[in-house]
Design a protein around this ligand. Structure first.
Ligand SMILES: [Zn+2]
Ligand SMILES: [Zn+2]
Length: 331
């Protein structure tokens, strides 16, 4: 922030004894009408346009208030000009707060009589309901995961799948900023477009602040801060063609017996094709406690040990009826 001194001016005060207004803080230590002593606590900044400049007034520090008669005395005085008391113990007068005429007025206090409170409590209620729903949902998830009961399960069947995706190379159109265009891109066409914005200094915003010096005068200081604006930054936006692998088809092998010879499907790749991701699943089907049916996913080794017709003790979720394959123990 940049500051600039504008000048020094007199604070004003009103005589509480005879009612004379706008007396000068520096020149009128006593009321010219009735002789009453100035009260430094009653000093105020003058209205705009009624300012009285102080020329060549050296600043020695805030006035000191006489401990005997409360009259403000210059910081250089050793005895009170009003009553003659020594000023060794005298404290500096309290300065008025800085005045910033361009400051926005303080926001009005919300009026609870105007229905603001009702709106607030409705908001609070909606919030409460949302929290309640969330807590309920979390409890349900926890229960379905952890609330389990012991059950006797009998293996009724098996199934397995092994799949391999086949990917095919093709071309795709894409667009990016020039610096992000991939190396293998072809058919690149670029044009100028706004890419971002940057802040640039656009000028200065100044406030005139009045600062009480405490000796019956105040300084006017211009406080200036730079202002900024957004300026567009241009770049080259490019469209291009690029090689891209996409899933062409999925080859699948499957069966439903632990006696199967489990193998990956035979791939016959054509030109421009490659092998993609491999996935395998092993599912065991059960009868639970003689009636309900259920199933579980597991690995190939575990799957093979759960023979058809064998009976196991296990944990079953009370809510979703899903079975944890790893919890099964042979009966
Ligand atoms: Zn007076
Ligand atoms: Zn005094």
């Amino acid at each position: 922030m940049r500051t600039e001194d504008v000048g020094r001016y007199q604070m004003l005060w009103d005589c509480p004894f005879c009612g004379t207004e706008k007396l000068l803080g520096l020149d009128h230590r006593h009321c010219p009408s009735c002789g009453g002593a100035q009260d430094p606590d009653k000093r105020y900044y003058p209205p705009e346009g009624e300012e009285i400049a102080v020329e060549d007034h050296p600043f020695h520090g805030a006035d000191r208030e006489c401990p005997n008669c409360s009259t403000p005395n210059s910081a250089q005085a050793t005895f009170c000009g009003n009553c003659g008391s020594p000023l060794d113990e005298a404290a500096a007068v309290k300065r008025k707060a800085d005045q910033r005429p361009d400051d926005p007025p303080p926001p009005p206090e919300p009026d609870p009589a105007k229905g603001g409170g009702g709106k607030g409590s409705r908001k609070g209620c909606a919030f409460f309901v949302v929290v309640l729903l969330f807590v309920g949902f979390a409890a349900f998830c926890l229960m379905s995961t952890f609330w389990k009961k012991d059950a006797s399960v009998t293996v009724t069947g098996h199934s397995w799948t092994r799949s391999i995706t086949v990917e095919k190379q093709g071309t795709a159109t894409a667009s990016a900023w020039k610096e992000s265009v991939p190396k293998d891109a072809t058919n690149i066409v670029c044009k100028k477009e706004q890419q971002s914005t940057k802040k640039v200094e656009s000028g200065e915003e100044c406030k005139t602040v009045r600062k009480d010096k405490g000796d019956g005068t105040y300084d006017k200081v211009k406080e200036c801060s730079p202002t900024y604006k957004d300026e567009p930054v241009y770049g080259q936006k490019c469209s291009y063609r690029t090689q891209k692998w996409t899933t062409a088809r999925t080859e699948k092998a499957q069966g439903n017996s632990t006696g199967d010879r489990i193998a990956w499907p035979q791939l016959k790749l054509q030109s421009g094709e490659r092998q993609g991701a491999r996935t395998e699943t092993y599912v065991v089907k059960f009868k639970v406690d003689g009636s309900d049916s259920g199933s579980c996913d597991t690995n190939q080794q575990r799957w093979a040990t759960l023979e058809d017709g064998s009976t196991w003790n296990g944990k079953i979720s009370v809510i979703s009826s899903s079975i944890d394959c790893d919890s099964l123990t042979r009966k």
